[in-house]
Design a protein around this ligand. Structure first.
Ligand SMILES: Nc1nc2c(c(=O)[nH]1)N[C@H]1C(S)=C(S)[C@@H](COP(=O)(O)O)O[C@H]1N2
Ligand SMILES: [Mo]
Length: 200
């Protein structure tokens, strides 16, 4: 067998197609708009608001006591790198809503984070197992620079929608632009339709 290493370091071969305009990355680049905040799991909490009312707040221990969901998937950053076969563990938004005993909301949702970052997605895109609050990556606690202790993870959209250091989800009727969306990033961000910027 001919070993790729013989020819020097190469970009990995895709195990399956990557979205248009993307290349494969085998490292895990860090992209943050500001410094990595210090988040203490002893005081951390996460809350969900629907139409102006807080329907639930969870501590770190409460989050970990809920059913845990594993996601094995590819991830796609708008800066054009994709990474295949990544492993994440966390709690689905469905299980949080079930725990709060509320019906799945409609409309849109804004993610809020320590450090002030925000990002918006339609409500259905965080329901039906499509998104988790991730606390584990590749079997290890999620590193602070990648959003640990807890980040939102929405793998079917560009990674800027996966808000690091998440503290809240706010469901509402209107689709309001978040941090990067206000600077011209797409309101939805489907990598397979190459929705990078506002008019894509
Ligand atoms: N809170 C917060 N979440 C964030 C960001 C950020 O700056 N702050 N950057 C976003 C962007 S633009 C990308 S591409 C991904 C990068 O995630 P990574 O650093 O784990 O690769 O996080 C997203 N989530
Ligand atoms: Mo990004």
């Amino acid at each position: 067998m001919i070993n790729n290493k013989f020819f020097g370091r190469k970009r990995p071969e895709p195990a399956r197609p990557v979205p248009p305009g993307q290349y494969l990355e085998d490292g895990f680049p860090v992209l943050s708009a500001g410094p990595t905040p210090k988040v203490d799991t002893a005081t951390w909490d996460f809350s969900i608001e629907i139409d102006g009312s807080k329907i639930g707040t969870w501590s770190w221990d409460q989050l970990n006591a809920l059913p845990q969901t594993d996601i094995h998937t590819d991830i796609h950053c708008v800066t054009k790198w994709s990474k295949q076969d990544t492993d994440w563990r966390g709690v689905t938004i469905d299980d949080l809503l079930k725990d709060a005993d509320v019906e799945p909301p409609t409309g849109f949702v804004m993610a809020g984070c320590d450090g002030g970052y925000t990002t918006n997605v339609p409500a259905p895109d965080v329901l039906n197992g499509k998104a988790i609050l991730a606390h584990t990556y590749d079997g290890q606690p999620l590193a602070p620079e990648h959003g640990g202790p807890v980040r939102l993870f929405i793998p079917h959209l560009y990674l800027w929608k996966s808000a690091k250091w998440i503290r809240s989800l706010t469901f509402m009727d209107q689709d309001v632009p978040g941090f990067w969306e206000r600077y011209g990033y797409h309101m939805y961000g489907d990598p397979w339709r190459e929705q990078r910027y506002t008019n894509d």
